[in-house]
Design a protein around this ligand. Structure first.
Ligand SMILES: NC(=O)c1ccc[n+]([C@@H]2O[C@H](COP(=O)([O-])OP(=O)(O)OC[C@H]3O[C@@H](n4cnc5c(N)ncnc54)[C@H](OP(=O)(O)O)[C@@H]3O)[C@@H](O)[C@H]2O)c1
Length: 314
């Protein structure tokens, strides 16, 4: 039997229920992956609560886009993937499960250097960080202002920016400043006086800003410190971006990404895996929950202070 986390109505974490069912068959053109770990992303809670995406509740809904595991079944005619392959899964549907269905373009080979938990942590965070920084054109020698540097997206963004040759000044609570330094960023505490501290941290100014916090403070500091609004993005305040004249992208329904951004998100996952295999990209797992305790994992995520990633373990 397989296990799945399902919900039948929008609501708090308590609507998430573990259920059992048969192991799925691979659909035409697809594979089935036995999940060893699934990534918990803030968007999962937003979808569950009804704040993002729409759901057809004529049948129970699954949750979760990211996982890592072992391929156990492959549909006829699918080339390049075999049972036994260890893979990272991104952009899937229903990854909070013991088994998830995916298409080959949602798979990246898992390097031996990464654990399954670390592999499960890459999808949305690495894909988003890479896509946004590439879409904003961050280049060698430039300075990035990054809000929420210690979360999943933030840690990935620092590391990609450093590989691009950029400097990074990132906000986090003081308890996480050592972690930001380890990753190569200059840490700055958010809160009153933020703009002054940011000016001091980068006296020559900022070229690009990425808001992963969604606070007024983060948006206002970005607008004040980055001269070109075309190089300021929020991945949280999607609805405000057009009025502010800044950039935004969303991977959740309704997606606001064009084909190039979709391509960059997939490339970001593969690139993070490649760099990790070379020891140039770290993935911090700060908490793991049994699959059946997905509701507790989402409660911790919703507190808004996850460092690195939370994962579910079937
Ligand atoms: N648009 C998209 O396609 C897209 C894709 C991915 C993520 N997102 C969104 O981006 C946000 C970040 O995602 P994530 O996966 O990185 O979340 P996460 O892993 O849960 O990280 C949250 C981080 O926010 C920091 N934080 C909390 N309050 C803050 C504040 N006032 N100022 C600055 N930082 C603060 C926390 O750091 P401290 O503990 O140090 O306070 C924590 O490390 C979420 O809202 C998520 O839904 C959007």
């Amino acid at each position: 039997m397989a296990q799945f986390i399902r919900y039948t109505e929008h609501g708090g974490p308590e609507v998430l229920t573990p259920v059992e069912g048969p192991v799925p068959d691979p659909p035409e053109g697809g594979v089935v992956v036995e999940v060893r770990a699934a990534g918990v992303n803030p968007v999962d809670s937003k979808i569950r609560s009804g704040r993002r995406g729409t759901r057809d509740f004529s049948r129970p809904q699954g949750l979760g886009a990211d996982a890592a595991g072992v391929v156990v079944a492959v549909a006829d005619g699918v080339d390049g993937v075999r049972p036994g392959d260890e893979v990272i899964v991104h952009g899937a549907s229903g990854a909070y499960a013991s088994h998830v269905v995916a298409t080959p373009d949602q798979l990246v080979p898992k390097p031996a250097e990464l654990s399954f938990e670390q592999g499960a942590a890459l999808g949305i965070p690495a894909g988003t960080a890479y896509q946004v920084l590439r879409s904003l054109g961050l280049r060698e020698g430039e300075t990035l202002l990054l809000h929420a540097g210690s979360g999943g997206v933030g840690q990935a963004a620092i590391q990609f920016a450093r590989t691009f040759g950029a400097r990074v000044v990132a906000t986090a609570s003081p308890a996480n400043h050592d972690r930001l330094r380890e990753l190569g960023a200059v840490p700055v505490a958010y809160g009153p006086g933020l703009v002054d501290r940011l000016r001091e941290a980068a006296p020559d100014g900022y070229d690009v800003a990425l808001d992963g916090a969604g606070t007024d403070e983060a948006i206002e500091a970005s607008l004040e410190l980055v001269p070109d609004r075309d190089r300021v993005a929020t991945i949280v305040r999607m609805a405000d971006a057009a009025d502010l004249g800044i950039r935004t992208w969303s991977g959740a329904i309704p997606s606001t990404m064009g084909p190039e951004e979709v391509r960059l998100r997939a490339e970001g996952v593969a690139e993070a895996a490649r760099l990790a295999a070379e020891g140039r990209f770290e993935v911090e797992i700060s908490g793991r929950y049994p699959l059946a305790e997905a509701a507790d994992a989402q409660r911790e995520s919703e507190d808004g202070h996850v460092r690195g990633k939370l994962v579910l373990v079937p």
